[in-house]
Design a protein around this ligand. Structure first.
Ligand SMILES: Cc1cc2nc3c(=O)[nH]c(=O)nc-3n(C[C@H](O)[C@H](O)[C@H](O)COP(=O)(O)OP(=O)(O)OC[C@H]3O[C@@H](n4cnc5c(N)ncnc54)[C@H](O)[C@@H]3O)c2cc1C
Length: 426
């Protein structure tokens, strides 16, 4: 049978769309720019040796049923997250173990967190303003924090959690991103730790490989799509080296931030063109660090620079541990510079020996151009309505998902919608 549907991108969205279409008896070809599948789900060895770690996304929550089902179907285990055993707070000046901030700052912290809890609750209930009518979505996180007149110690805690919840520039990203992640549990930023309940073993990349192989779809690696054309009754995609493929419909299962690099000609609307040009603001840095000193279960947050969140989930060989750290790619530090990484470790885990570290630069990666979804407060249209079926093209990505946007689960919810949309064409 000739290929009926092309799927461009072999991340979770592409793999799940292939599974859905395979079940419906469709013939599918997946094309992928890289030499491996998984996309922003990226399982590989530390320094390309054991142990295998997640360099892209890693956690799922109890509210991610599609991911849980996929793991069950494909023999991937869900491993509970190691509980926090030792909690430290950096208030911007020093590391503390006596609470989120020193005693003197406690009142400020409690006041701001109470306001955040109330706003997160209102957002979850469907309001886009706080109780005084001030916006919660169409406002940047910096402006939102300024509204609370929070002090430096409180900011250090809020921003630390921001590096693993929203991850973009607080000057442009919507406060709603932060409040939505606070809303997962009890409205506090820290509640997020309880939401990140499981990781996958042997890993997200392996799950994607198994999904693709079970779908019956063909897979072509090393095919970076650069151009799209709609013909009378088909769609043609052309790779950077000029090779082209045709099918009756195509699902673009790509990171939102790479759409701007593809020549869609007149196949997408001016509104879609302009949203793709703006992109989203997700610019997190995730590092794996081999350390000597801290124990498993150690969590330190805060500091307002470079790494602002550090957690030790695993024991490693030779008395070392493996820690995961998050920060923002804000141009003020570089994770390739030993001095920057060592300073961050000294701040969040004083006395720890930095044995080595490893990371993947998602912002520089031309197949990602950013990390996970961080919606700007103004000027970018990432709604599933705007990215619905467009001629013979459908769009799927965690970045424009109808549910759980930004998560693995979102990639799957968007794939479900895109696969259903293909039925209209076929
Ligand atoms: C550091 C980091 C941490 C994260 N943490 C979590 C977490 O803990 N939990 C969670 O649920 N989510 C997390 N996420 C988000 C999660 O990884 C993504 O939401 C999800 O993997 C996106 O899936 P996708 O299929 O939509 O896109 P992707 O996985 O990005 O897949 C898109 C595919 O398209 C390919 N591609 C790109 N350009 C082209 C082209 N021109 N032609 C052909 N192919 C192309 C890419 O190589 C890629 O394989 C994290 C992400 C990152 C980066």
């Amino acid at each position: 049978m000739q290929t009926e549907i092309l799927i461009i991108g072999a991340g979770l969205a592409g793999a799940y769309a292939a599974e859905k279409l395979g079940l419906a008896g469709r013939s599918v070809l997946i094309v992928e720019a890289k030499d491996h599948v998984g996309g922003r789900g990226y399982t590989r060895g530390f320094g390309n040796q054991a142990p295998m770690l997640e360099f892209g996304g890693s956690w799922i929550t109890p509210w991610h049923p599609r991911m849980q089902d996929a793991c069950r179907r494909h023999g991937v285990d869900l491993v509970p997250t190691v509980p926090v055993a030792d909690r430290r707070w950096h208030d911007g000046a020093m590391l503390r173990s006596d609470g989120p901030v020193g005693r003197a700052d406690r009142a400020d912290y409690d006041r701001v967190i109470a306001a955040i809890v109330a706003d997160a609750k209102r957002l979850k209930e469907g309001h886009d303003c706080d109780s005084s009518g001030a916006p919660l979505l169409a406002i940047a996180l910096d402006e939102y924090m300024a509204r609370h007149r929070s002090n430096r110690a409180t900011d250090a805690q809020v921003m630390a959690w921001w590096t693993i919840s929203g991850s973009g520039d607080p000057a442009t990203v919507s406060a709603g991103e932060f409040l939505a992640s606070c809303g997962y549990i009890d409205g506090t930023p820290e509640g997020m730790m309880q939401a990140l309940t499981h990781t996958l073993s042997p890993g997200v990349s392996i799950l994607v490989e198994r999904m693709i192989s079970a779908s019956g779809a063909k897979l072509q690696l090393g095919f970076p799509v650069a151009k799209v054309e709609e013909l009378a009754d088909s769609v043609r995609v052309t790779a950077r080296d000029g090779r082209s493929l045709e099918a009756r419909g195509a699902i673009f299962a790509l990171p939102f931030n790479v759409l701007r690099d593809i020549d869609f000609g007149g196949t997408i609307s001016p509104q879609q063109q302009s949203a793709a040009h703006r992109g989203h603001d997700g610019r997190a840095v995730k590092l794996w660090l081999r350390l000597k000193g801290p124990r498993t279960g150690y969590l330190a947050t805060g500091g307002l620079e470079s790494l602002q969140w550090l957690f030790v989930p695993y024991q490693a060989e030779g008395g070392a541990v493996l820690a995961v750290g998050f920060g923002l790619d804000d141009g003020r530090w570089h994770p390739d510079r030993r001095s920057d990484v060592a300073a961050a470790v000294e701040r969040l885990a004083p006395g720890a020996e930095l044995v080595g570290w490893d990371w993947h630069d998602w912002c520089a990666d031309p197949c990602a151009r950013g990390t996970w979804l961080s919606a700007p407060a103004r000027g970018a249209d990432l709604t599933p309505q705007t990215w619905g079926l467009t001629g013979r093209l459908a769009f799927a990505s965690s970045d424009i998902a109808p549910e759980a946007a930004g998560w693995f689960e979102g990639a799957m919810s968007s794939a479900e919608a895109a696969a259903a949309a293909m039925a209209e064409i076929l």
